[in-house]
Design a protein around this ligand. Structure first.
Ligand code: 13P
Ligand code: SF4
Length: 308
């Protein structure tokens, strides 16, 4: 593993490339990344990248957002199969039919969506800034929020705005088991519960903290409890444990119907060190976007970045 890591770092230098990795990536990838972050932090970093190549260890919509933000760079992703069940839950043709029913509504899209959906949106948001983005929209404007109904319902509760929601969801965050969580709570009665807003309402109502991956990381460092039950993809535990090595962090398990009954995102985990090295050597797969589509999708992303 160490040899592969060294080869990748060497190639990154040779190719004048920056390696960006999401918190859900395998620990061995996080260890050698130039930046590990949430989708907002990574989007910002990609927009400012001065290197010729951006290698994105994350899922497709994240790499695509990097290309939109910095179109003159070559953007690579180790495996094109790194999709996202949430982004896939909003196909373009169905969304267009829905959108046409409400021509006066503003469209706020979660960053977990395709470039085509972004291009039709008025605002983009991430879990870190969604509340602020919604609050920035004048009260007299009606809003359609997509694709995540769980995040959407959370935003309705937090902002009091009555939004129309798309019925999408993330296959990882929807499947945490409340029953198994309750067993953990019995075992660790002093533990604090953290949940990502993509989780279902039942879990969010039980949580002591609801927020993005970066928000959770900050929270466990500031809170003086010892044990935390983590309601998001388990890859985040790597950075968490580095920040608070003395604390106990337990991922909330998924219910049995979930294919692995674990809290891992199969899409995030398709990226491996070997694929990363091949991707750098061959400079593929590359994210290629129609420039016109890319320019349209950039407008709502820039609007988001100017708000938060
Ligand atoms: P964050 O923006 O909080 O990192 O979340 C991204 C994501 O895909 C959550 O499932
Ligand atoms: Fe998409 Fe869910 Fe994986 Fe995040 S955890 S990338 S929302 S499938």
């Amino acid at each position: 593993m160490r040899i592969l890591q060294e080869q990748i770092r060497k190639k990154l230098k040779e190719k004048n490339a920056v390696l960006l990795a999401h918190y859900y990536q395998r620990p061995e990838i996080q260890e050698i990344a130039d930046l590990v972050g949430d989708s907002l932090e990574l989007a910002r970093k990609a927009s400012q990248a001065t290197q010729e190549v951006i290698v994105f260890a994350g899922v497709h919509f994240m790499a695509e957002t990097s290309k939109i933000l910095n179109p003159n760079k070559k953007v690579l992703i180790p495996d094109l199969d790194a999709g996202c069940s949430l982004a896939d839950s909003c196909p373009m043709d169905e969304f267009l039919k829905f959108k046409n029913l409400y021509p006066e509504h503003l469209i706020v899209s979660y960053i977990n969506s395709s470039a085509e959906i972004k291009a039709l949106s008025d605002y983009i948001c991430t879990s870190a800034n969604a509340v602020n983005v919604i609050k920035s929209i004048p009260e007299n404007r009606q809003i359609i929020f997509l694709p995540d109904k769980n995040l959407g319902n959370y935003l309705i509760r937090e902002t009091g705005r009555n939004m129309l929601l798309w019925e999408g969801a993330c296959s990882v965050h929807e499947t945490f088991s409340i029953e198994k969580l309750m067993q953990l709570v019995q075992h660790y009665p002093n533990a604090k519960i953290l949940a990502h807003p993509e989780c279902k309402r039942e879990l969010l109502l039980l949580a002591d903290f609801v927020g993005s991956t970066s928000g959770m990381l900050k929270w466990i460092q500031q809170d003086d409890h010892h044990t935390f039950l983590i309601g998001t993809e388990a890859g985040i535990l790597h950075q968490m444990q580095l920040k608070v090595p003395q604390k106990t962090l337990i991922p909330i398990p998924a219910h049995e119907d979930n294919s692995c009954a674990c809290s891992e995102c199969a899409y995030m985990k398709v990226n491996t060190l070997s694929k990363l090295l091949i991707c750098l050597e061959t400079e593929s797969p590359e994210i290629v976007l129609d420039p016109e589509l890319s320019a349209k999708a950039l407008i709502p992303i820039q609007r988001m970045l100017s708000i938060y």
